[in-house]
Design a protein around this ligand. Structure first.
Ligand code: FPP
Length: 243
């Protein structure tokens, strides 16, 4: 049920994935340029990651730019690159200092050289932290491209794959799959995000535009998640026997 609040018994997901949709529409409704929506979206992204960490979430994966988004107007893309140029280091240093490794998921070669450098440098700086907690930022990411890349890696090694070994060829190698996927912005689709990894994620769709998705909304999504029965293909009776 929606509308519940978090309490001491709430099950906290280990890994939350977020599709941060609706920044452009939010800005347009305020007669502001789309780039203003992305700026506000970035602020909200940082706030939500902080709140998730406070609650005990170990991994957060955010969809910041898809491969398909590279067809957007040049000014909008430049606006996003400029956010990385001006804000990324400060925000990621602050977030990762809490012991989280940063991983950028996607094809960095799509970005201008100076932006690639910032992303790689930030990622490397956080390798001092243990592997068990992380922030994944999907940039230049597409799940189909990720899967095709993994297939090609396996073919190049001349190997057949198992589900486990295939998972290890994906950008999210070594990490648990998302337990909860949140999408804002009124759309109810996956848009080529983590198609392999969300096989058993609980999916939460919000009508709010991303810049207005508050910490309280995140908590409501987690409280909703906590009420779900995750059967992973089993029956209720089998689950009861196990517990
Ligand atoms: C989807 O559509 C969202 C994006 C293309 C960008 C999301 C990016 C951020 C929230 C912050 C940027 C983060 C980094 C790390 C640079 P849309 O929001 O453009 O919206 P629309 O569906 O309303 O048009």
């Amino acid at each position: 049920m929606r509308g519940n609040k978090i309490n001491a018994g709430t099950k906290i997901p280990a890994h939350i994935a977020m599709i941060m949709d609706g920044n452009g529409r939010w800005a347009k409704n305020r007669l502001m340029p789309r780039s203003y929506g992305h700026k506000q979206g970035l602020e909200r992204m940082v706030g939500l990651i902080e709140r998730a960490f406070d609650l005990g979430v170990s991994f957060v994966t955010v969809y910041a730019l898809s491969t398909e988004n590279f067809t957007r107007p040049k000014e909008e893309l430049e606006g996003l690159f400029n956010l990385i140029r001006t804000r990324f280091e400060e925000y990621m240093t602050r977030l990762c200092a809490r012991g989280f490794r940063l991983r950028v998921l996607g094809d960095l070669s799509l970005f201008p050289a100076d932006v690639q450098e910032i992303l790689i440098k930030q990622q490397e700086k956080t390798q001092i932290y243990p592997e068990g907690k992380g922030i994944n930022i999907a940039l230049g990411y597409g799940a189909r491209a990720e899967i095709v890349r993994a297939v090609n890696l396996a073919v190049a090694k001349g190997e057949t794959v198992s589900e486990q070994s295939f998972s290890n060829l994906l950008y999210t190698q070594g990490q648990p799959d998302p337990d909860l996927l949140i999408r804002t912005g009124k759309e109810v689709r996956l848009s080529n995000f983590l198609l392999w990894q969300v096989a058993y994620a609980e999916m939460y769709f919000s009508d709010k535009m991303f810049p207005e998705f508050s910490d309280g909304d995140l908590e409501e999504a987690i409280a909703w998640y906590s009420e779900r029965t995750r059967r992973f293909g089993k029956t209720d009776e089998q689950l009861e026997e196990k517990s």
